[in-house]
Design a protein around this ligand. Sequence first.
Ligand SMILES: Nc1nc2c(c(=O)[nH]1)N[C@H]1C(S)=C(S)[C@@H](COP(=O)(O)O)O[C@H]1N2
Ligand SMILES: [Mo]
Length: 430
Amino acid sequence: MKGVLERLRKGYGKKLVALHTWNGWIIVILALTGLLLVGGFWRGLLGEGRVWLKWLHIAVGVASILPVIYYLLLAGKHWKQLRQKPWQRLNVIVVLAMLLGWFGSGVLLWQFKAVGPRVSNVALVVHDLLTWIGLPYIIYHSITRTKWLKEPARRSIKPEARPAAAGKKAEVVAAGGAGSQQGPSSPQPVYTRRAFIRGAIGVGLAVTVGPTFLKWLGDSFGSIGGTTAVDKLLEENANKLVPNPVPLPDSAQVVGGGAQGRFRIYTVTDIPTFTNENWSFTIDGLVNNKFKWNWEEFLKLKRKVQVSDFHCVTGWSVYNNTWEGIPLRELLQQAGVKPNAQTVKFYSGDGVYTDTLTLDQANMDDVMVAVMHDGKPIPSDLGGPVRLIVPKMYAYKSVKWLNRIELIEGEHVGYWEQRGYSNDAWVGLS
Ligand SMILES: Nc1nc2c(c(=O)[nH]1)N[C@H]1C(S)=C(S)[C@@H](COP(=O)(O)O)O[C@H]1N2
Ligand SMILES: [Mo]
């Protein structure tokens, strides 16, 4: 161990710079892949690429621990060197804490199956929060500091000696949206100019990132002004089906006490919208009685109410949803499944998304063709008027805009399963 440390400390300054550069690139890759993965906009466009991107993000994320370990081996010396520089010491601690937090929460998100939804939920909030705080911090840091680390001699140099660098920074500030103000002209003491530029960069970042951050905070931690996120989606509901379903008493009273958590709106297509004219619900394939119901007929089918949790593989969950709908089992009974049928195939009205359950899975008593959520119609963004709910499985099984069920022989591979998601969607611990 001692020998290793000795060798590491040789050429220490260069190593620190190289480490810093590597770390910077790793963060750039992780930030770009991470933002692409999170952005709902990219879901449909990326398709299979999304799964590759996810593996790249995970692989680079796991590898990101290496520079941290390497740094920790050098840290003793660096720490002493920063004796007189409390702010730089603080910076080291902040950056290390962020990297370790990102790494730890990332590993938990990667291992979502092993750790279960509760842990994933916390890991996702931590991962998001660190991104919201850490990314602007690191961008700020890299704009204002990298030059100084590479050329420490410049740190306390007079302004005339560094017009080029200062000019570049001013450009970055302007591009960052902080307005067209110019810094004080060169005879000013460097401290003032530097403080100004730093302040301007800080303001620029706050103005560009702040509103989105606040929205995320609001969405993640509670309902605003008493209306839930779902209520808001319902106000913007693009479906025009009449009449509205009349809720059963349990549903009207919301026996689950109201859903906890926020649905992220996921779709791989544009959000389809429906009217009484273009909506129907079909059961066909290997059944004795095929059905094609219109909206009014569909509403006459006997519904039930259940309370269940909803988990996405990406780490978010919505707990205690009061769903009202037709148990799938009862629909299948009514249709009369033929003995040679093996698989239940679900089609979305988006024309693209499909998924399947085996007959055994489809006959679980909590699998539901849902029409209402917490006593209200399901908004178009969340898969209304009718979506599938499979509480014991991850939500990629819960096909939105469900409008056809087909019984088939053999297998069918669903949309996300074709693109790398596991066919085994069982939620482990909960
Ligand atoms: N038609 C359709 N159904 C879908 C999806 C989709 O993209 N299209 N995404 C699935 C995934 S991965 C999840 S997590 C849930 C998300 O449901 P929500 O958008 O109502 O939150 O829907 C599932 N059903
Ligand atoms: Mo999902």
